[in-house]
Design a binder for this molecule. Structure first.
Ligand code: FAD
Length: 391
């Protein structure tokens, strides 16, 4: 049975960064990164948008081969199609996730972690020696690995946390079903992302257009099935595209789930940590999880390395990871979650009126903070919503 110090399951952003950070923090440790697919980053189940500042904590996007497009504007679209343009110099980037995830996994490999593709964790149990015995399925058959710490970075369908006994159930109202096409030959501002809200467009979520290039974009939506009228996410998306981008050629299709909840109660136990989507570390308001996953992976990798150096991979020691995550972003996600729930109570008419009043602010002064303040003054029914955000 091969022995490793840290076994990371899942080579998405959380896992690749966790493996790299564990190895960089303690080069003497054996670190292995497992990926069930033949290559990290394939298939892509993502709209690929990230904020500039968060991305730069991990990699330099200027001129990088894994970037598709720089974004300098956000266009919020009200249910009645009124557009509100919000400018910003360094808003964010649209990644090429296939290349980006491969780049992160390469970085882990360059740091000295063993990257094993077509290797799926299929179960794990605690040995009498206090290590985890992890069953790995690969094209050659099955193999057992013994690991002192396992990091579960296995995404939205996470199993590692469950095998380790962590509670990770999601209320149905906090699970978004998403559908997305790559659309070609459509007309839009290639420097902007578009987000449209509306009960008939994407109930409980929103529709998006994220440019990959001139006339090519990821076009998709996420919705809460409990709030839908019987149509699934793909049917809502087909209707939206038929209305807004009728001439577009569909060159790729993906579906996936996004957990718009808050961090699970415990992200650690004896000899195990969970990070990224596996621990519900997604921003519940935006549904964005790439940068969050990398931030969590960094904390998980460093915590695992320090615990092994100290000879103490116990839950008591690994609890530091949970506290650090909650201080970094977990408590903010609780606030965003409350805000999301409160916004869900407002109807389409409210957002249509809000868009029209916000458009009276000159475009070069239209920041998100200013829009929020303006909205509070003009629409007093927002005050209880805002108050809940801070409670
Ligand atoms: C349609 C859609 C659009 C999205 N758009 C955005 C966006 O624009 N911006 C944004 O920030 N976020 C977006 N997200 C969310 C984002 O994709 C995730 O939050 C992010 O990928 C989480 O990273 P992760 O490393 O936790 O998990 P993942 O990226 O899901 O990586 C998990 C990896 O683990 C592997 N794996 C799973 N089980 C096993 C196993 N048993 N053994 C070995 N390997 C395993 C998987 O193959 C996968 O490679 C979107 C999600 C969806 C579904």
């Amino acid at each position: 049975m091969p022995d490793v110090d840290v076994l990371v399951v899942g080579a998405g952003p959380a896992g690749a960064v966790a493996a790299r950070e564990a190895k960089c923090a303690a080069p003497e440790l054996d670190v292995a990164l497992l990926e069930r697919d033949p290559a990290p980053g394939t298939p892509v189940r993502c709209a690929e948008g990230v904020g500039d500042a968060g991305l730069r904590e991990f990699a330099d996007p200027d001129g990088a081969s894994w970037v598709a497009r720089k974004i300098t504007r956000v266009i919020l679209v009200a249910p009645d199609d009124t557009e509100v343009k919000v400018e910003g110099r360094d808003v964010g980037w649209i990644l090429d996730r296939t290349r980006f995830d491969a780049f992160l996994a390469d970085e882990a490999g360059r740091a000295g972690a063993a990257v094993l593709v077509e290797s799926e964790a299929a179960g794990m149990s605690r040995g009498t020696d206090g290590t985890w015995h992890v069953r790995i399925r690969n094209p050659r058959g099955e193999q057992m690995f013994r690991a002192r710490i396992v990091i579960g970075a296995d995404g939205v369908e996470a199993m590692v946390g469950r095998w380790a006994g962590l509670e990770a159930r999601v209320p149905a109202r906090d699970m978004e079903s998403c559908a997305q096409y790559v659309l070609q030959g459509i007309d839009f501002d290639p420097d902007a992302i578009y987000l449209q809200f509306g009960r008939d467009i994407a109930p409980g979520g929103y529709a998006w257009l994220f440019p990959k290039g001139v006339a090519v974009a990821n076009v998709g939506l996420g919705l809460v099935a409990l709030k839908a009228d019987g149509r699934n996410a793909r049917q809502y998306l087909d209707d939206w595209i038929a209305r807004r981008y009728p001439g577009g050629a569909r060159t790729g299709h993906t579906v996936g789930g996004v957990i718009v909840h808050t961090t699970i109660q415990a992200t650690y136990t004896d000899g195990a940590l969970v990070a990224g989507d596996a621990a519900h570390m997604i921003n519940p308001l935006s549904g964005g999880g790439i940068v969050n996953a990398m931030k969590a992976g960094r904390l998980a990798g460093r915590t695992a390395a320090a615990a092994l150096r100290a000879g103490d991979p116990s839950a008591r020691r690994l609890a530091q990871y949970h506290c650090a995550w909650m201080d970094l972003l977990g408590h903010d996600h609780l606030k965003y979650y409350r805000l999301k729930r409160a916004l869900e109570e407002l109807d389409d008419g409210f957002f249509n009126a809000l868009a029209r009043t916000v458009n009276r602010i000159p475009q070069d002064q239209r920041t998100l903070g200013r829009i929020f303040r303006h909205a509070l003054v003009r629409h007093p029914q927002l005050i209880p919503v805002a108050a809940r955000f801070f409670l």
